[in-house]
Design a protein around this ligand. Structure first.
Ligand code: COA
Length: 320
């Protein structure tokens, strides 16, 4: 037995404004058919006035605490993964902390774009295992609609807003909780997926830019490699995995990755059709959907994976 981080609650939040492909096609030169065929996306949620990364994160975190039946004042650590913080500083995690009524805990943001949740999970897991907190909220929350170039049809149709959260609890356990996490980054590919502005360069927020075809090619290779890596490290075979909860960028990437590893496509949780790519929010959002609809159950072996700008990529094996 050793001290492990166990997921005891999940939650998520979506802005009420749901925008279908047909609605998008009224303002952008695109069609429902093109978007579905290339990406599998049918709709996305877009944040409205007053809805921010921190407000969505707070709603998701509250639901995770409620699901676990744990009062907010027990939380000793909040790690919030986002590439779209409310402000350059303070960290949006501290806004969530205040909104939850927590007077004192460790709270900070992690920036690894679409892999952000895996990075945040790994950091929180190691802090919990190291004894720095008994309960930790790990959140992915994004408002990518605010960094999209709505004139660029090749990118603006792909993303949506939302948040997902999990509550980790320190428990003495053998084969339960976060079993393995593996993280990678390769900054040589900065120019394939990036935002063309920032505090220290242009002094403006900037807009998302992407070379889609090249990102696609790297995504399938990197995700298959890191999935293989976490499975080997955990001592489990692909056939033992109950559920894969991937980053929801594109249905074709999910299918190609599952095929490459021989994973049963019926065991892959897919929400990209309804949420589009919500960056760091997509893995915990998809996890919460599958927990709440009863697919993911206690003791299931699940694999989380993501890839994003940087490039960054990572995966985790979890006994739920
Ligand atoms: N509607 C209609 N046509 C569109 C369009 C849209 N929304 N976006 C692009 N097109 C057009 C292009 O202009 C191009 O037209 P052309 O051939 O006349 O020049 C054509 O469609 C093909 O564009 P291309 O970029 O080659 O398409 P693709 O097959 O590579 O698909 C993506 C584009 C973005 C869907 C695909 O590359 C992809 O999914 N990449 C991965 C992106 C991703 O997941 N990023 C996030 C990782 S975290």
């Amino acid at each position: 037995m050793s001290r492990r981080s166990v997921i005891v609650g999940t939650g998520s939040a979506l802005p009420p404004n749901r925008v279908t492909n047909a609605q998008l096609a009224e303002r952008v030169d695109t069609t429902h058919e093109w978007i579905v065929e290339r990406t599998g996306i049918e709709a996305r949620h877009i944040a409205g006035d007053g809805e921010t990364t921190a407000t969505l994160a707070t709603e998701a975190a509250r639901k995770a605490l409620d699901a676990a039946g744990v009062p907010a004042d027990q939380v000793g650590l909040i790690v919030l993964a986002t590439a779209t913080p409310d402000q350059t500083f303070p960290a949006s995690a501290t806004k969530v902390q205040t909104a939850l009524g927590i007077d004192d805990c460790i709270a900070f943001d992690v920036a690894a774009v679409c892999t952000g949740f895996l990075y945040a999970l790994s950091v929180a897991d190691n802090m919990v295992k190291g004894g720095m907190a008994d309960y930790a909220l790990v959140i992915g929350s994004e408002t990518f609609s605010r960094i999209l170039d709505w004139e660029d049809r090749a990118t603006c149709v792909l993303f949506g807003d939302g948040a997902g959260a999990i509550l980790l609890k320190a428990e003495e356990a053998q084969d339960r909780g976060i079993l393995v996490t593996k993280l990678h980054a390769d900054g040589r590919h900065n120019d394939l997926l990036y935002v063309d502005g920032g505090v220290s360069t242009t002094g403006t927020v900037g807009k998302l830019r992407m070379k889609g075809k090249e990102v696609f090619r790297h995504a399938v290779t990197n995700l298959a490699d890191v999935l293989n890596e976490v499975l080997v490290a955990s001592g489990h075979q692909a056939g033992e995995v109950d559920w894969v909860v991937p980053h929801q960028a594109n249905k074709r990437i999910l299918d190609a990755t599952a095929k490459k590893l021989g994973l049963d496509p019926k065991r892959v949780v897919v929400t990209v059709d309804q949420h589009a790519n919500t960056s760091a929010a997509s893995v915990p959002l998809a996890l919460d959907v599958a927990v709440r609809d009863g697919r993911i159950k206690r003791n299931d072996l699940i694999v989380l994976e993501a890839m994003g700008g940087g490039f960054t990529w990572g995966a985790a094996v979890v006994r739920f």
